[in-house]
Design a protein around this ligand. Structure first.
Ligand code: ZN
Length: 111
């Protein structure tokens, strides 16, 4: 399934579901760093919220792309109906072929 393009309006990130709301809130974040450069195993630091965090070794075969990435889950004031557990999508920031790309992953279906 094709994911919608990342849209930024007046410097604000637009919701990947309704495409209108600029009132997104980030929730869980994950940072994945390759240990020894591209195509190597990595370490993922996950921060689901509050004071929680975890650190995990990740085999290279389970890592998207060839380099490091950052993933941020978002919920939308409109689509999620103020429920922070209703994630509308995951924004992935990842270097690919020399460029830093922003893509939506795991975009939710509209309610
Ligand atoms: Zn929305």
């Amino acid at each position: 399934m094709n994911q919608p393009p990342v849209q930024i309006l007046d410097g604000a990130l637009a919701c990947p579901v309704c495409r209108e709301s600029l009132y997104l809130h980030h929730s869980a974040t994950r940072v994945l760093n390759r240990i020894q450069g591209e195509d190597s195993d990595g370490v993922r630091i996950s921060a689901p919220g509050g004071f929680e965090f975890s650190l995990k070794l990740v085999p290279f075969a389970e890592i998207p792309g060839r380099r490091d990435s950052v993933e941020i889950d978002f919920w939308c004031e409109t689509c999620s109906r103020w429920d922070a557990k209703r994630t509308v999508g995951t924004l992935r920031i990842m270097q690919h072929k020399g460029a830093t790309q922003l893509t939506w992953e795991s975009v939710a279906a509209p309610l």
